[in-house]
Design a protein around this ligand. Structure first.
Ligand code: SAM
Ligand code: SF4
Length: 474
């Protein structure tokens, strides 16, 4: 079967780093050894990224040493991210798709799927509905189809940024769409996107071939594997990787993600901004009886091992997972979650109606409102943040790492988290959530030592609470 993409357009770093990492051999030959295990934990604790071989040591210890893994991940998360959790919501723009991924309801052979792309008016209605909930950050999601070309995606981004509703606007738009060539990535970069995200789905090549038929765009493993490298070469500030857990052995995917992060770091001086680890979910019209499902305990282990392997990479746990699982993994790894999520096309502007499952890609596990999730986070001692300052101040990519490493992040992220939280409390929160939020802000202020910046922060919080001034950030 001829390839659909021209491989002379791959990146300059296009090597098969999965082959190089030799994952099968690592999984087979890495036996548990307490001394080596303790060494690797100590390395993670000093916030150094792990190699696939080192991550394999943690995997070998997962069965008997999970508490030690959780405990170290908890400490690392607290140090690097504090108690902030970044909040976003996905926006599904269209579900036309030329591919035939075995696990996805949008695949072209799923005749039961109702196909729809938001019109300009519907896109605007969706964004307004998200803004009325209180959202400031979104990721726009597309099937893979010639209609959703880079120019189309860039136009959507510009339209969304231009919308104002009450005191709110979307301040960061990330994109999850099919891999592009350099020119395509340049076009979406110029529209001002935040992170370009694409999931490899599975790093295990034989499984990849089974899931993505040859002759479809997605059937080209290397084109996809190389896409984030092309994105960096085309100027992308931040990129996000991910694997769809359940297609193959979870251990293989963890090592694939770690190898991918290491490859980006080696060639572009900067690892991924985020990693996602969705678990496969039931999807309408889709037989998933073949999926490699695993327990919530194993899921928690894999999140903690990722946390320890890539200390400065944000970890995203989506609403595919239940409220209970999300609540736990936030303690030892996850730094970003979506909330108030609707993944049916047009779902936000139809809030209150039942989910239109024929237009949704899979079923979600956490269907609570944004307000309910905000309140739970606040009551659990977290600070939910809608902050978008780093990307707007140019603190992205390598610069973000430079800021993160010496602990600058606490100086900027906590104040910015608090001002965006105050915006939410003043403009959108229910009474109970507002009370929990004001308590949390007072508690956090109490932890900050007196300084000119603290005075300025207090002044800004006051302005947001008592005037219509918004979007004040360091
Ligand atoms: N079409 C683009 C692609 O395939 O990269 C991007 C959008 S796709 C709608 C977003 C992600 O949803 C996919 O990368 C896949 O990992 C995930 N997904 C697909 N089917 C799923 C299922 N049944 N359960 C959970 N996640 C699923
Ligand atoms: Fe299409 Fe993406 Fe679904 Fe595959 S995962 S069928 S490419 S929408």
């Amino acid at each position: 079967m001829p390839l659909l993409f021209d491989h002379s357009k791959l990146s300059r770093s296009a090597v098969d780093f999965i082959e190089e990492a030799n994952i099968d051999e690592l999984l087979e030959n890495t036996k548990f050894d307490l001394g080596r295990f303790a060494e690797v934990l100590a390395k993670s604790r000093s916030k150094e990224p792990l190699s696939p071989a080192e991550a394999a040591v943690l995997i070998a210890g997962a069965e008997t040493q999970s508490e030690a893994i959780f405990e170290t991940a908890r400490a690392l998360k607290r140090e690097v991210y504090g108690n902030r959790i970044v909040i976003f919501a996905p926006l599904y723009v269209g579900n036309l798709c030329q591919n035939d991924c075995k696990y996805c309801a949008f695949r072209r052979s799923n005749a039961a799927e109702v196909r729809h792309t938001l019109s300009d008016e519907q896109l605007e209605a969706e964004v307004r509905a998200m803004l009325r909930q209180g959202h400031k950050r979104t990721i726009i999601v597309f099937g893979e189809h010639r209609k959703y070309n880079p120019q189309y995606i860039a136009d959507c981004v510009r339209k969304i940024y231009a919308i104002r509703e009450g005191n709110g606007n979307i301040r960061r738009i990330n994109v999850n769409a099919a891999p592009m060539d350099h020119e395509g990535f340049r076009i979406i970069h110029e529209a001002g996107i935040g992170t370009y995200q694409v999931f490899q789905e599975t790093y295990h090549k034989p499984t990849y071939a089974k899931m993505h038929p040859a002759g479809t765009e997605k059937g080209d493993f290397m084109w996809r594997l190389d896409s984030l490298s092309r994105a960096y070469e085309a100027g992308a500030d931040d990129v996000g990787l991910g694997a769809l857990f359940g297609l193959s052995d979870w251990r293989y995917e963890v090592l694939g993600l770690v190898a991918h992060a290491q490859h980006l770091m080696k060639h572009y001086g900067c690892g991924p901004h985020t990693i996602s680890f969705p678990r496969i979910q039931p999807a309408a019209g889709t037989d998933l009886s073949w999926a490699h499902t695993f327990s919530d305990h194993v899921f928690k282990c894999l999140v903690a091992i990722l946390r320890l392997s890539v200390p400065y990479t944000g970890l995203i746990c989506t609403a595919r997972e239940s409220a209970e699982v999300r609540r736990e993994v936030m303690n030892f790894g996850v730094s970003q979650i979506d909330a108030g999520t609707r993944i049916d096309i047009g779902g936000y502007s139809q809030l209150g109606e039942t989910q239109v499952s024929e237009k949704e890609q899979f079923h979600i596990g956490d269907t609570r409102t944004l307000d309910d999730i905000m309140r739970e986070l606040l009551e659990d001692g977290f600070i939910p943040s809608f902050c978008t300052a780093c990307y707007r101040k140019g603190r992205t990519g390598q610069q973000f790492m430079e800021f993160a490493i010496p602990g600058f992040i606490h100086k900027m992220c906590t104040p910015n988290a608090l001002t965006t939280l105050q915006e939410y409390l003043s403009d959108y929160a229910s009474e109970r959530t507002r009370a929990a939020g004001q308590d949390a802000i007072a508690r956090e202020l109490g932890k900050i030592a007196p300084s000119a910046q603290k005075d300025e922060l207090i002044h800004r919080l006051d302005l947001i609470e008592h005037t219509s001034q918004r979007d004040l950030y360091f």
